[in-house]
Design a protein. Structure first.
Length: 345
């Protein structure tokens, strides 16, 4: 299958690109190369005969048309997005333009291409989204595919809008789509402004490890390679126009998560004092959602998908990866805004 992957130089997109090439697919990686992108993430496949790269912004409709005509993909996996909640608080405009208008452009370019190809039933537009569109849970309950949308940050609102556009293009124009909503990812190549890399890198530098609020916010963590595996499965086996929630059933409070990472570092790279001594509670994020949890029953029962690692196993691999790949993360620490407190409102 020839897959057009948008956002393939980002964290999750690059895991999809690497896995798709490994599985024998052809991949066209379309990415604008924003501050969050890194082509080193796909260096392991960049010379493969099945790999192509197009530096294109999804806000540029004409450029998208050119890519569809040139490469004639069998499917689109749409991951390109502005993805950092804190940045969406400081500058929501980019999130509206890329996540909403960009998705609109991509849907229109895909629809034009699909119509001109004679409306092939096998074509798929796979929209990759987040569990954050469902809002915030109390102490109990999980998000299912039937949960009402209730986004609460500019990021999640822009992703929710894009999900609605994709469903509308399926209903109105018959574009063959699938959607996925996933919980928080972590793993290799995670950009060093997100919680888990911040914890690892601050600890290694002997700096304070910031935890928003009292650290009680709960997230459902999934190893990025398990997410990529689930995405490729949904693309190929998912029912037409259906959505699938993807999660690892690995709920942890932020404080528990950070303490686990510190304990792993204490073993893998012991320092004079325990890394947990660096934990510092800082002002909370405005509108910080209390808890996310995914009910993965549909993808488990219909498609037989299960995550391959527990959060402890995945975190161990992740910490080891950061210890082994200092050149990768050092280069990204100079990027705009990295290492600064963003999104305080
Ligand atoms: N990170 C998570 O935990 C998580 C969880 C669930 C869903 N998602 C979704 O998965 C997708 C990928 O997330 P990520 O964490 O890999 O993000 P990321 O920020 O690491 O990567 C995003 C990529 O999109 C590219 N991009 C941004 N704007 C673009 C534009 N206008 N045109 C073309 N390319 C553009 C960037 O250059 C970057 O390579 C997003 O849609 C996100 O909403 C993320």
């Amino acid at each position: 299958m020839k897959i057009l992957v948008t956002g393939g130089a980002g964290f999750i997109g690059s895991a999809v690109v690497r896995q798709a090439i490994g599985d024998g697919h052809q991949v066209v990686n379309l990415d604008a190369l924003t501050y969050a992108a890194c082509l080193d993430n796909v260096a392991s496949v960049a010379d493969h005969e099945n790999y192509a790269f197009e530096q294109v912004d999804i806000r540029d409709r004409a450029a998208l048309d050119t890519v569809f005509t040139k490469h004639a993909p069998d499917a689109v996996m749409h991951l390109a997005a502005e993805s950092h909640v804190d940045r969406s608080i400081d500058g929501p405009g980019d999130f509206i333009e890329t996540n909403i208008t960009g998705t609109f452009n991509l849907l229109e370019a895909a629809r034009k291409y699909w119509l001109e190809a004679g409306r092939p039933e096998t074509f798929r537009f796979h929209h990759i989204s987040t569990d954050e569109v469902f809002g915030s849970l109390g102490k109990t309950g999980q998000f299912t595919e039937e949960t009402s949308y209730d986004p609460r940050s500019p990021y999640s609102a822009s992703k929710a809008a894009s999900d609605h556009l994709v469903r509308a293009w399926a209903e109105t124009y018959g574009l063959p789509v699938v959607l996925t909503n996933c919980s928080n990812n972590y793993g290799p190549f995670h950009f060093p402004e997100k919680l888990i890399p911040v914890v690892i890198l601050n600890a290694l530098a002997g700096k304070e490890i910031p935890i928003y609020g009292d650290g009680s916010n709960v997230r459902d963590w999934l190893y990025v390679e398990d997410h990529a595996d689930a995405l490729l499965l949904v693309l190929q086996k998912g029912a037409l126009n259906r959505s699938y929630n993807i999660g690892g059933e690995n709920e942890r409070s932020n404080l528990e998560l950070v303490q686990t990472i510190c304990a792993i570092l204490d073993r893998l790279k012991p320092a004079a004092t325990p890394y947990a001594d660096l934990i510092t509670f800082v002002t909370d994020r405005p509108g910080h959602d209390a808890r996310y949890a995914i009910d993965p029953t549909r993808i488990a029962t219909e498609l037989g998908w299960r995550p391959s690692v527990t959060v402890e196993e995945g975190l161990e691999k992740t910490v080891q990866w950061y210890l082994d790949n200092e050149d990768w993360w050092r280069a990204l620490q100079n990027r705009d805004g990295v290492g600064q407190r963003l999104g305080t409102g």
